[in-house]
Design a protein around this ligand. Structure first.
Ligand code: SAM
Length: 222
């Protein structure tokens, strides 16, 4: 099977199962119109995150990497009425577009967008004694994934689910000798997950309109 068929299948699954609504479509359109890169999760993976968070009964969700708020809408929609999503983003322009997209989707009152370098925002949350999160989605600058994992663990409790995006990158993550800092960041992230006795983890590889990639999925055991 080749990439064109992956896209056809993705479109088929999305139309039959995902049923993206007008707010999600508008979020994508406005993000593109504002010149944001189209590096958000695809619709079926946005729905996957939504389902995972709901299956887990998450009430407090942390997202690292907001972009235009596309995955944030999916995650915020998984929350109960008294739930909270905290999402971290470095680029002020992305924050502005995301805030508008979240407002139009009707979930802005459940979401805090923290602008700044994610590592700084995470340190601040830890210093403030933020309550642990139930579900953490790591999807920002990949060279910092090891830092994000370490800090995310300080904002976790036994049972917290941690998901890391883009851990296959078309297979490039298999190359231990890669000079790409993103590849090395992802490899270190995977290895830290495997070595940490507090975590039980795996990777689910994916194919679709955005090619071959994967999610790392972990639960905090203690
Ligand atoms: N989760 C989003 C979605 O699926 O809709 C996509 C996030 S995009 C892959 C990564 C985002 O991380 C970009 O908006 C980028 O500006 C942001 N980012 C990159 N480096 C960052 C940093 N050091 N701190 C916070 N955000 C950062």
């Amino acid at each position: 099977m080749h990439d064109a068929q992956w896209t056809v299948l993705d479109d088929y699954y999305s139309a039959a199962l995902v049923k993206q609504d007008a707010a999600l479509e508008a979020a994508l359109a406005d993000s593109a119109a504002a010149g944001l890169p189209a590096i958000q999760v695809p619709p079926n993976q946005g729905k996957f995150l939504n389902l995972l968070a709901r299956i887990h009964g998450a009430k407090r969700i942390l997202e690292i990497g907001t972009l235009g708020g596309y995955s944030a809408i999916w995650l915020a929609r998984a929350l109960p009425a008294d739930g909270r999503l905290v999402t971290l983003e470095f680029e002020p322009k992305h924050v502005e577009i995301a805030a508008a997209n979240l407002k139009r989707a009707g979930v802005a009152d459940k979401v805090d967008i923290l602008q700044g370098a994610a590592a700084d925002s995470l340190q601040r949350l830890i210093a403030q004694g933020a309550a642990p999160f139930d579900f953490i989605f790591i999807d920002a600058d990949k060279p910092n994934n090891p830092v994000y994992l370490e800090l995310a663990l300080q904002l976790s409790r036994p049972g917290t689910v941690i998901v890391g995006d883009n851990v296959a990158r078309g297979g490039a993550v298999a190359d231990a000798t890669s000079a790409d800092p993103a590849i090395q960041g992802i490899r270190r992230f995977i290895e830290l997950m495997g070595a940490n006795p507090r975590l039980s983890a795996t990777v689910v590889q994916t194919v679709g309109a955005k090619g071959h990639d994967g999610f790392a999925l972990a639960i905090v055991e203690r």
